[in-house]
Design a protein around this ligand. Sequence first.
Ligand SMILES: [Zn+2]
Length: 252
Amino acid sequence: MASNQAISDPIQAAHELKRLFDEHDHAVFFGGAGVSTASGIPDFRSVDGLYHQQFAYPPETMLSHSFYVSHPAEFFDFYRKKMIALGAKPNRAHTKLAELEAAGRLDAVVTQNIDGLHQLAGSKKVWELHGSVHRNICQRCGAVYDAEWICARGHEDEHGIPLCPECGGRIKPDVVLYEESLDQRVLMGAVESIANADMLVIGGTSLVVYPAAGLTQYFRGDTLVIINRDPTPQDHNADVLISCDIAKAFDF
Ligand SMILES: [Zn+2]
């Protein structure tokens, strides 16, 4: 079993990450909710004190395909209030990853987040395992609407359910809900990127949700880095373990 290096000091973490990115040509970053919470976006799967006053169902229920079908008004209320974060800005982790890709040191970002912040920061190759709130697709004619359109209102029925102005069809967010499978093209792209990486940096994910957590099995490179506030089930495989704020770790 590999004995790994554990770093909690942000300055030391940034120094070590810079050294490792300088040494590798085909790094891949795999990120989860912690990357977005560092931008002030609350994890929409979490239940806080205000949650129970706002919603009558737990997040696992409201994020399911059957709920989208059976309770569209409640679904879109939750979608607008909890899943879309208009105005959120990329943090240093997002911008540094975009810089590393532009400099030819990072092959791809694989993300479980649906907020589009990696693309907003300038990243080009982003595998969005769970889709994006920035694409909302008419189920009848295929027209695509952005998150601003969903939140702007004025095109919904009397229950607040958005309808396509072109054809009157129902809109479905291009987000993977519970009971739905991942987009196979996206999944295979993520697998290929990870399989070809010489370094894999995992950040802001607890690595417990499958199939995303199983993606690490495809990694064959020489350096695995895990950045997370809390321990993950795969910490024992990491060469470097970083437990500070992820935006600070990428501040180099
Ligand atoms: Zn339509």
